[in-house]
Ligand binder design. Structure first.
Ligand SMILES: N[C@@H](CCC(=O)N[C@@H](CS)C(=O)NCC(=O)O)C(=O)O
Length: 203
């Protein structure tokens, strides 16, 4: 088994944090995104969408998409459960993870990818209007997360989950998009700080 990884990119980090929480070791292969290694034939054969992470299984199966990879590991090693417990718990984790990806991460990524010169060959064309509107949309979503986090420790309830991992990598990604958590969002700041002190955050 091998995990095709990129040390500085947020999505592969979600998988690394997930594996660290489960105490699972997987050999990693660093893909040089700057040198466009993922645009080459070998990588494209593993993932035609040319994105990391990709997990290669021993039977030659390739799994891309961070959450699909995490789900694979949840199945083979269910403890600690990071996709929720029971029908309601699982639905809550799925719900919050999707909300964070679609309402928060997406806009943070757009703010970065549609403005940074290094991303000009990745977002063709870069859309200035998207870069300009994305920060406001990201912060509007964050304000809603702040309200939820005022009454609970983790985003999906009382237990740490993959939705918190998506939250942590997105909050850390804000810096690249030249954004920060507003001071008044105290609950988000508390959540970010607590997630950041877990040993898995170093992954
Ligand atoms: N939905 C995918 C997104 C993967 C993704 O955006 N990967 C980025 C790194 S964080 C990538 O490979 N970027 C390469 C590029 O943009 O050329 C997932 O969750 O894994």
């Amino acid at each position: 088994m091998k995990l095709y990884d990129a040390p500085l990119a947020p999505n592969p980090r979600r998988v690394r944090i997930f594996l660290a929480e489960k105490n699972i070791e997987v050999p990693r292969v660093a893909v040089d995104l700057g040198a466009r290694e993922h645009w080459g034939e070998a990588f494209s054969a593993m993932n035609p969408f040319k994105m990391v992470p990709v997990l290669e299984l021993d039977d030659g199966t390739f799994i891309s998409e961070s959450i699909a990879i995490c789900r694979y590991f949840e199945e083979i090693q269910p403890y600690p459960p990071l996709f929720g417990v029971g029908a309601v718990g699982k639905a809550q984790v799925e719900m919050w993870n999707r909300i964070i990806e679609l309402e928060f991460y997406r806009h943070v990524a757009n703010a970065f990818r549609h403005s940074h010169p290094r991303m000009a060959d990745r977002e063709v064309p870069q859309i200035a209007e998207l870069a300009a509107t994305a920060p406001g949309r990201a912060m509007a979503a964050l304000a809603k997360l702040d309200k939820v986090l005022q009454s609970r420790e983790f985003i999906a309830g009382n237990a740490f989950s993959v939705a918190d991992i998506t939250g942590l990598v997105t909050l850390d990604f804000l810096k690249l998009a030249k954004l920060e958590v507003p001071v008044e969002m105290e609950a988000v700041r508390r959540w970010h700080a607590e997630l950041g002190t877990r040993p898995s955050a170093k992954a």
